[in-house]
Design a protein around this ligand. Structure first.
Ligand code: CMP
Length: 140
């Protein structure tokens, strides 16, 4: 498997509880390297644009409100098979279904406040990285 990059968000429920370091430790311990990182407070427009794919879903408005309820940490992660590896370490979207030892099983509050986001494939990884990072902000 070639070296890949994926996009990651540490969500407002996690920044609020001051557990960003614990989450980054899980990612790094799994072999993922943080090559881009910034703490931001998303605007409503950014959150709406980022999650535009979910626009028709019943949870969309609540999701946008949640994502702008506090700061987030946006990250570019690099490593072998990074997209799948990140998803494995995060666990299922719903913490009730997440495997033991995953970030969401251990830290998520509920299906919305689920502590982390990760790209679901190579195309989304590319789009999502470009949504928040310019080339000069990624240092491998
Ligand atoms: P994320 O991986 O960032 O992708 C979409 C987000 O919508 C998801 O994590 C959750 O934070 C949120 N969400 C809220 N309700 C649902 C739901 N019923 N199904 C999927 N995602 C949901």
């Amino acid at each position: 498997m070639a070296t890949e990059r994926t996009f990651s968000i540490i969500k407002p429920d996690a920044t609020r509880r001051n557990i960003t370091g614990k989450i980054i430790d899980r990612l790094e311990s799994a072999g993922l390297r943080v090559v881009g990182q910034k703490r931001i407070h998303m605007t409503k427009e950014q959150a709406e644009g980022f999650y535009a794919v979910h626009k028709e879903r019943p949870f969309y408005n609540d999701l946008v409100s949640f994502m702008i309820s506090g700061p987030v940490v946006v990250q570019v992660l690099e490593g072998e098979d990074a997209i799948a590896k990140n998803r494995e370490v995060m666990g299922a979207t719903n913490p009730k279904e997440a495997a033991p030892g995953t970030i969401r099983a251990d830290f998520a509050e509920n299906i919305e406040a689920n502590s982390v986001h990760g790209s679901d494939g190579p195309d989304t990884a590319k789009t999502e990285i470009a949504f928040f990072f310019s080339d000069g902000e990624i240092v491998g």
